[in-house]
Design a protein around this ligand. Structure first.
Ligand code: ZN
Ligand code: ZN
Ligand code: ZN
Ligand code: ZN
Length: 350
């Protein structure tokens, strides 16, 4: 039996302006490059179920349904709570996923693709203001200068402390930083990358000693753990890694990712996730609440992504094994413009 072709995603550095919404990017970190610009989720729709703070942008995947005009442009957005303490084993309470789609002819973008011209202006004045710090819809603004906008009091304070205090009274220009990470937010948001998606190699990696590959993966996870649980001593770490599952699922997982050890995404719409460990229960994916059709698996985010985004901004950090995203099978076009979808977080057994 031949294997179904799966697309996989890698990260590459890219100049920030090339990740603007008009280029319909897939990307990780920075601010969200929203697709529909008028009805982006309100901060209240992006709060963490554990701590109630506004989540920050993790990544987005541009995944149109080529055959459908109403999904000519289509992007899935993932948000996560920045507070590592909200991360619980096999719980997705600290995540949110949204799907947005547009026909080719729409109110926001030209019918023909944009040229890569850095100086081209893209007017945002028609659309609601976005938070200076995180890029989420901003209902409030700086009451002194009225030129800076915020999703929440917390982000206003961050901006004030990181420099707006000095600049507020003499800022006479409107900031054009809707999608560009501001200096104030650099240490607050995840590092920004372009997400390149390409076909997975069909070949099994030859002459790979599975044990060796598993050892590598174990090390990767150990490093990750060492970076995040900095207070663990060596013997505790050993104990932790000693508990790594040697099960068939994990074996299959590590063998498959050995073809491309740097992959951060596996895209297989209508397929099945590559789980990291045996699923304890059968997962029950609720139907799409907007059209009542079933949802299907669309893609998964791999644990490798943690190595690229966790740039020392948190001690008590975020973690996952696999993040599997399920979306409406018919990719329905009901309102709202941003439809919530389902994320299943699977962790290595603990
Ligand atoms: Zn939280
Ligand atoms: Zn914000
Ligand atoms: Zn101000
Ligand atoms: Zn639906």
């Amino acid at each position: 039996m031949t294997e179904k072709v799966v697309d996989i995603g890698f990260l590459e550095e890219k100049e920030a302006w090339l990740l603007h919404p008009r280029f319909f990017p897939s990307k990780v970190g920075g601010k969200p490059a929203w697709l529909e610009l008028k009805n982006t989720p309100a901060p209240s729709e992006l709060t963490c179920k554990q701590c109630n703070e506004v989540m920050i942008f993790l990544c987005q995947v541009y995944a149109p349904y080529e055959e459908r005009d109403d999904a000519f442009h289509r992007t899935i957005f993932i948000f996560v709570c920045k507070n590592g303490g909200c991360c619980r084993p096999n719980s997705s309470n600290n995540f949110k996923v949204f799907r947005s789609q547009l026909p080719r002819k729409n109110d926001f973008y030209s019918f023909e693709p944009y040229e890569e011209n850095k100086n081209e202006k893209f007017a945002m004045d028609k659309w609601p203001k976005l938070c200076n710090v995180c890029g989420v819809k901003a209902p409030s603004h700086c009451s002194k200068c009225k030129k800076e906008f915020y999703c929440s009091r917390k982000h206003q304070i961050i901006h004030w402390q990181k420099g707006h205090k000095e600049l507020c009274s003499n800022s006479n220009e409107m900031n054009d930083c809707n999608f560009i990470v501001t200096e104030a937010a650099k240490s607050f948001l995840f590092k920004e990358w372009e997400l390149i998606v390409d076909e997975e190699d069909q070949e099994e990696v030859k002459n790979v000693d599975t044990n060796q590959e598993m050892e590598k993966l174990r090390q990767l996870i150990q490093e990750k753990k060492a970076g995040t649980m900095s207070d663990l001593n060596e013997s505790e770490l050993e104990e932790y890694t000693g508990k790594m599952p040697e099960d068939k699922v994990f074996n299959k997982f590590s063998k498959r990712i050995a073809r491309h050890p740097d992959q951060v995404l596996r895209y297989d719409r209508g397929g099945v996730p590559l789980w990291i460990t045996a699923q304890s229960d059968n997962i029950d994916i609720p139907n799409c609440p907007y059209c009542n059709e079933p949802r299907q698996f669309e893609f998964q985010i791999m644990p490798q992504l943690l190595n690229f985004i966790n740039i020392g901004i948190e001690i008590n950090s975020i973690d996952w094994g696999v993040l599997a995203i399920y979306t409406c099978k018919s990719s329905c076009n009901e309102s709202p413009a941003y439809k919530e979808e389902i994320l299943i977080k699977q962790d290595l057994s603990n």
